[in-house]
Design a protein around this ligand. Sequence first.
Ligand code: NDP
Length: 495
Amino acid sequence: MGYITLLPQVQAFLRRDHAHFIAGQYHCSASTTRLPVVDPSTGETVATIREADEADLQAAVSTAKAAFHGAWADTLPYQRGVILNRFADLLEAHGEELAQIETVCSGKSIHLSRAFEVAQSAVFLRYYAGWATKINGETMSPSIPSVAGERYTAFTRREPVGVVAGIVPWNFSVMIAIWKIASALVTGCTIVIKPSESTPLSLLRVAELAIEAGVPAGALNILNGTGSTGQKLIQHRDIAKVSFTGSVPTGIAVGQMAMGAGLTRATLELGGKNAAALLADVDVEQAVAGLVHTGYVHQGQVCAAPERVYVHRSRLDEVLELIGPALSAIKIGNPLDEAVHFGPLANRAQYDKVLAYFDHAHAHNRVIHGAKAVDRPGYFVEPTAVLADNPDDRLLREETFGPVITFYPFDTEEELLDLINDSPYGLTASVWTNNLSKALRLVPLIEAGTVWINMHTFLDPAVPFGGIKSSGVGREFGSAFIDDYTELKSVMIRY
Ligand code: NDP
């Protein structure tokens, strides 16, 4: 274990003139605006990327439309599944290359890039591939009375919505894009993805692998740029559906834009301020280990991660005694060092945001651990634990999207439920207890799209995922995604 040297193909890839991937190939824009791609572990620019202009946008959507009506429509369901499985194989075969590109651009530890951006992305692709041959309608028996002996029957068809705009954030730029790419392709849609401007590179390589796997030209396109590129993409008249993952304020704006652009379908996977509840009978060691594992992975930049932890007052001291030493043991450093599991925050804006929360913590709360920047170049901060003395404290209400867990005691179950549910967010929650009966009684009372028991932040392709309240609209995974990527057409027959 040690610092890894970038593969020659990664070094060559980083030196390319980066732009877009349209109609099955590299697409160089006439645009002269270049956006910097910064390595967050140094703060230095490692590449630039051309921002899409109007012509690039038109090219991406029109090739996606042509593939939707042409090559992809002509690809039979079984063959779609074969192609997605081959795509998964190629992701794994080029896994180290993809993981290194992603780590350089996002600051994610190389372990995490390998495990999630590569291995887990392949798992999701294969799961979705299995759906290709199983997307069906139903038959019905209408009750229309027969006048002269005629009969009626009816059936429904699941038809792909059309060209999808996928807009993805910087925290898991490959895996979250794969959720959207696989959902679109397996249902017969085609897709244009707009990556975050801070992590635009790895998907360009992923798209090349998709073509190698047999995805026809035009079915998957990557259009790079800022939020304004995303905005224009959403409002394009040939976009039938938007699948957005990102923050709540941007998600609300995206939803409004999509509705305003002719009721374009939109699913929104947004932020959270996820609660974990440690009940009186909790196994404290297990819970603290679980919180450290899931609250600080990728420096806390995980939408589903626990950020506010309510602990039964009788167990609070034990929890606080364990959390400090557990966070001290986390090795902070260069994410390309295999001994490191905690790298920098992903970009300057995220760093500034988290430092502002640290200032707040020092001014208003008891800092149990961290709340400091690390004195080295790049965007490094310490994993942080805070004890709040007010349930309305900003650190218990606002999503930091950083490595900050805020603790707060509770006395009764009623109080606990009020604390958990008094939030505009509703993405995930967890209950930690040895009493399964108590946990299962709490589940229906907790306002969240996912509730975990004695675990947190475990996403599985078979289990639907998404938020309630301001955390989003729609579900990914399971069979739930099918409703969002297809329209139901009814057919009635008189015979
Ligand atoms: P943002 O909402 O800032 O950005 C998300 C994407 O939208 C980026 O590609 C961004 O481009 C683009 N974008 C920005 N403005 C617009 C606009 N006006 N119209 C269209 N697209 C736009 O989120 P972050 O990238 O900062 O990601 C962090 C957020 O994402 C957190 O709140 C986190 O909780 C949430 N998230 C939710 C997940 C879920 O499944 N529920 C999973 C992962 C993250 P650019 O970056 O170039 O500005």
